[in-house]
Design a protein around this ligand. Sequence first.
Ligand code: 9YT
Length: 131
Amino acid sequence: MIVRDLKEARNSERHVFSEGWDSVRLLLKGDQMGFSFHITTIHEGAELQMHYKNHLESVYCISGEGSIEDCATGETHAIRPGVMYALDKHDKHVLRGKTEMVMACCFNPPVTGKEVHGPDGAYALEVDEVA
Ligand code: 9YT
């Protein structure tokens, strides 16, 4: 069994920071669960273009308000607590934080912890790396 406390993970290398967001990786590939699990904070006013070409992701909004734009259709969906979105088609999207938003996220395949967002907003697939 794996038990982790978000407060403790926040003060460890599991907590990564980037422009407009930060994220605590509670589960990574190295935990061998078949998915990774993150508590991500989108900062107020952030506008993030993302495209996970190699990963499927589902995201549940715990707190805050914002929106997600589906770049394929131009549709924008409101995000508020209780709303989930799943990028089941590796959907290119723009996430906008009207306020700070706290999101619980799962990735399949799991994030290793060593990815960086490429210029296209994707994470490369690092098959051999274990976080
Ligand atoms: C909301 C969202 O896209 N979260 C992604 C997780 C974050 N980019 C991470 O932990 O790398």
